[in-house]
Write a protein that binds this ligand. Structure first.
Ligand code: XMP
Length: 519
């Protein structure tokens, strides 16, 4: 969003793997910041962005290499506080007249301990013990500090682990305060933003007002359409847009018949009845299940669903007159990723997996009101906008829905059994107070029938698998260690309450080698 009026901090990215974490730490301190790759940060950009302070990130290059990245020299004449981290420290020293060397004895990777030299406001709250654990990851090190700088902390392989030119408010550290392995690192950022005079004006309340104004300005009197999936991002985007432009927003909820028990009614009911949004409930169950009939290959199933989703969305969107914008719930990590990886000045934006390619095809412009937010900030905004906390905290649910939790051929009978079993399982998890500890939990119906005995009779019914994982981002995951008591009780409930299932298993595969979903 343009015209951000909050106090702004600029992070110049030199390509570190953990630059995003710097932004996270700052946002936690209610400081608005943006990450921009060093190639884009020209003198003109700096003047225009007008940051209150700048942080130079780490990076993989060596400042001793000719042509290696630098910060614009004008940065150091702006009279604003600068904090250099790792590579950022080294380029700062080089640009301000110090020296960096590479070679034997200059590298340090992993845990290290810094001891203090003298007092520094940046280090308030540090060295309660005589040393602080920090995380190092550097090949080169500073061998001569720049004029005006003094040393405030050292580590065995970094004689200049913490340096500062207090008069100019320049700080430079060799380690990474943003990672968890620097346990007191957040305190250092807190001190830095305090020294830079930030008041902590980045709150969800303030963001909401500003985002609404920006949406109004971008959209004017035009009509916006939004694909509502029932997930957190599209829901919060829709709620925010609705607050900004009211009836100029129409949402399309594509119901592929692969949703969980009562899900379509709940989502549509919440938006339509409680929030007064215009929602088209596109119930295309027959179309989707018809096309999926007889298909058992996972990729074929996914492709069919993906294609139909776009066709259906387009069909309904075409009926909305004067639609000029398509809303997407793009988040800040998507934006940063594309900047850092492409490295070039033009930002490639990842398309939403469900509506990719549609905006161009339909001649629609994009409105992306969550572009500046991290996932947890989206949740906070959702609560601010009045979405129920239970809805905001829901586990992720995949676009292809129950199709990928029904390995093999999909039938209506199997879907119905799966919905019921899943509902009992989730109810159990909630009753035991475990829902928020688990990243994602669901039930899969297996494509086998097994023999059982119930009462005095023989049964020959489906088996199901329970899945529950802990994860941070879904990229890696571990199975959740339920107690045997919980598992036993849940299996009994499912078998008693769900006709069609006579055997329950618990999936204890981590990712990798497994994936979270079964297909
Ligand atoms: P996997 O199974 O790949 O899943 O370990 C990782 C996370 O992504 C979700 N997932 C999807 N989400 N469309 C989505 O929106 C998809 O096609 C899709 N496939 C998997 C999955 O639920 C898990 O949270």
């Amino acid at each position: 969003m343009e015209n951000i009026t909050h106090e702004r901090l600029l992070i110049i990215d030199f390509g570190s793997q953990v630059t995003q974490l710097i932004a996270r730490r700052l946002r936690e301190l209610n400081v608005y910041c943006e990450i921009h790759p060093y190639q884009n940060v020209t003198d003109a950009f700096l003047a225009d962005f007008a940051p209150r302070a700048v942080i130079l990130s780490g990076g993989p290059d060596s400042v001793t290499r000719e042509g290696s990245p630098r910060a614009p020299q004008s940065l150091f004449d702006m009279g604003i506080p600068v904090l250099g981290i790792c590579y950022g420290q080294q380029t700062m020293m080089t640009q301000l007249g110090g020296k960096v060397i590479s070679g034997e004895g200059t590298a340090e990777f992993g845990r290290a301990y810094v001891t203090p030299e003298s007092k520094l406001s940046l280090l308030d709250g540090w060295f309660a013990a005589d040393k602080e654990q920090v995380w190092m990851s550097h090949g080169d090190h500073v061998s001569e500090i720049a004029p005006g700088f003094a040393v405030y902390g050292t580590s065995p392989n970094a004689p200049y682990a913490i340096t500062a030119d207090v008069a100019r408010n320049f700080y430079a550290v060799q380690f990474h305060p943003e990672v968890h392995h620097t346990p007191n690192g957040a305190k250092l950022y807190e001190n830095f933003v305090r020294l830079a005079g930030f008041t902590g004006d980045w709150t969800m309340g303030a963001y909401r007002e500003q985002a609404i104004a920006a949406i109004k300005e971008q959209v004017g009197n035009a009509h916006v359409i939004c694909a509502l999936s029932g997930g957190v991002d599209s829901s919060v985007a829709a709620a925010l847009l609705h607050e900004a432009i009211g009836d100029q927003l129409t949402c399309v909820f594509v119901d592929h018949g692969l949703l969980r028990l009562n899900e379509a009614e709940e989502v549509v009911g919440m938006f339509r009845d409680h929030m007064n949004l215009k929602v088209i409930h596109a119930d295309e169950t027959e179309l989707f299940l018809g096309e999926l009939e007889g298909q058992s290959d996972p990729e074929t199933k996914r492709k069919i669903i993906g294609k139909l989703f776009i066709d259906v969305f387009q069909k309904y969107a075409d009926q909305i007159e004067d639609a000029a914008f398509l809303a997407q719930g793009t988040l800040y990590p998507d934006v940063i990723e594309s900047v850092s990886f492409s490295g070039g000045p033009s930002v490639t934006i990842k398309s939403h997996h469900n509506v990719g390619g549609l905006p161009e095809k339909m001649g629609l412009k994009l409105v992306e009101p969550l572009r500046e937010l991290f996932k947890d900030e989206v949740r906070a905004l959702g609560v601010e906008l009045g979405l129920p906390k239970s809805f905001i905290g829901r586990h992720p649910f995949p676009g292809p829905g129950l199709a990928i939790r029904c390995p093999g051929e999909i039938t209506r009978e199997k879907l119905e059994i799966l919905r019921k079993a899943d509902a009992v399982y989730i109810d159990q998890i909630r009753k035991h107070g475990l829902y928020d500890e688990i990243w994602q939990a669901f039930c899969a119906i297996l494509p086998v029938r097994t023999v059982g005995v119930m009462g005095d009779g023989r049964t020959y019914d489906f088996a199901c698998a329970l899945r529950a994982v802990t994860s941070v981002d879904g990229m890696t995951a571990d199975y959740y260690p339920f107690s045997h008591e919980f598992l036993g009780e849940t299996a009994t409930r499912i078998i008693n309450e769900v006709p069609g299932i006579n055997r329950v298993t618990y999936d204890i595969t981590s990712k990798p080698p497994g994936t979270i979903e079964w297909e």
